[in-house]
Design a protein around this ligand. Structure first.
Ligand code: ADP
Ligand code: MG
Length: 459
């Protein structure tokens, strides 16, 4: 790629001029420019393209949302050419923290290689093990130290953003670094595209060689192969070839294999041949531990009060990806305004994310998910029957609605057969007591909340 960038700086004067013009027209605010815009760097260019970089994901997003198109238009006006801006993140952290220094010194000794498809951050050391993921994480470690032996294939399933890819890639990174074996990681979508290309270009032999010649094959998100009959067939043969040679395979899925639809029975059988484990949403303690770990590794120069950590972890409940991005956002924001992180700032910054998500859910969304889960009809959920089979799901629904939406207890009561608001309050209290008394209740509620969210995002 590098060689294609012949003329590294031919547009840079136009870039500077565009920004100068937009600044003088106040289309870029001086304040914005001083605090963050000026941190964007011109890297290089080629015909019709300029590569720029931002020091953080946060600045990259702000730039892309607010200024990219405006500057592209201005560039076109100045040069008469259509120029696309490509922005990437290039971290320029000045202060090296302790962990990084340690990492570097180890790297010098062992000259750690970077695997082309695996993310360097996805290693066991950065994965916080909680009761929700202990089985999966320990099995993953066992596999990494002795691939192809006991648990083959290994399949991890669970909801979005819970660490499946992280764990799978940790296996890959560990084997790649310690045993110099051939590791291949692909998403199911990539596998599918490679396969279709092989068909189109008549290059099946190369395809087979690529996938059957590895020691470890990691295929992410196999639910994406639903309805893809021919690709499933190819995977079936790939599987057989690797299995015979005792090569390790790892798969992930957002559901248990038995719940995958339109996947051939014989492939399903293969998936269930080895070890299947799930990852469930983490408890509040685990969420706190995850935040602390991230702070320790990535932001060791920043102090975050305990109450802020607790606030974030008790409000962002069902997905670790969201948890991480809330933290990153908060850190980026307080760095920009050059103020320490306080609970007030955290509340104000997270309000957007939290209320936005609150507004999206209806009482009916929750009722549907809960009635499915407990296998009671919505009529019974709203109705008068008083046996535990009905009262428990009913109370759980009310609790989740209260937690997830802005509906008042009066409004909620109305949607449950016209019950009084005190009944709703009483139900929520009961569940809160139960969460304290019975450790299995909170994970179950988190799981239901995740289902409600997923249902929404699928609609
Ligand atoms: P999934 O593949 O299940 O959708 P990911 O593996 O992509 O989820 O995880 C989402 C984000 O959360 C990643 O940045 C990952 O590093 C982080 N993460 C998930 N689980 C953990 C954990 N137990 N400890 C630390 N970070 C985690
Ligand atoms: Mg994933």
């Amino acid at each position: 790629m590098k060689g294609m960038w012949k003329d590294m700086m031919k547009y840079s004067i136009f870039w500077n001029e565009s920004i100068a013009q937009l600044l003088s027209e106040k289309k870029i605010e001086k304040m914005d420019h001083e605090t963050w815009f000026s941190k964007i760097k011109y890297e290089e260019d080629q015909d019709g393209e300029i590569a720029i970089s931002a020091p953080s994901e946060f600045i990259k997003d702000r730039f892309s949302e607010n200024f990219k198109v405006m500057i592209e238009e201005r560039l076109e006006r100045l040069t008469g050419e259509t120029i696309t801006l490509n922005i990437s993140v290039k971290r320029t952290r000045k202060k090296e923290n302790k962990v990084e220094k340690e990492k570097k010194s180890i790297e010098i000794v062992t000259e750690k290689k970077k695997h082309p498809q695996l993310k360097e951050d996805y290693v066991f050391d950065r994965f916080v093990i909680g009761p929700n993921s202990a089985f999966a994480a320990n099995a993953a470690k066992a596999i990494a130290s002795d691939p192809g032996k006991e648990y083959n294939p290994f399949l991890i399933y669970g909801g979005v953003g819970l660490g499946k890819t992280h764990l799978m890639q940790s296996i890959g990174n560990e084997i790649y670094n310690c045993q110099s074996k051939k590791v291949l990681y692909v998403t199911s979508e990539t596998f599918l595209n490679h396969f279709l290309n092989a068909l189109k270009n008549n290059s099946q032999p190369e395809f087979k060689k690529k996938y059957r010649g590895v020691d470890v094959l990691l295929i992410d998100d196999i639910h994406d192969l639903e309805n893809k009959k021919e690709t499933q067939e190819e995977l079936f043969y790939t599987y057989n070839a690797l299995y015979q040679e005792h090569k390790q395979m790892v798969f992930t899925s957002d559901r248990h294999v038995s719940e995958l639809k339109n996947i051939t029975e014989r492939l399903k059988n293969r998936f269930t041949n080895g070890l299947i484990v799930d990852i469930t949403p983490p408890s509040v303690e685990t969420r706190i531990a995850i935040i602390k770990k991230k702070l320790e590794i990535d932001y060791s120069d920043i102090s975050v009060p305990e109450e802020v950590i607790e606030f974030i972890s008790s409000n962002i409940i069902s997905n670790i990806r969201d948890l991480e991005s809330a933290l990153t956002r908060l850190v980026a924001y307080t760095k920009l305004i050059k103020r320490p992180i306080t609970l007030d700032i955290a509340k104000q910054q997270l309000k957007m994310t939290l209320t936005n998500s609150k507004k999206n859910y209806t009482i009916n969304d929750v009722q549907k998910v809960v009635s499915d889960y407990f296998d009671v009809s919505i009529n019974d959920l709203k109705g008068k029957r008083k046996t535990k089979n009905y009262t428990f799901p009913r109370q759980i629904s009310m609790y989740i609605i209260k937690k997830l939406t802005d509906f008042s207890t009066t409004e909620i009561g109305l949607e449950f057969g016209g019950r009084d608001h005190t009944t709703v309050m009483h139900s929520c209290q009961k569940i809160e007591d139960l969460i304290k008394a019975d450790l299995s209740v909170e994970p179950m509620i988190n799981n239901l909340i995740r289902l409600v969210k997923e249902k929404r995002s699928n609609e």
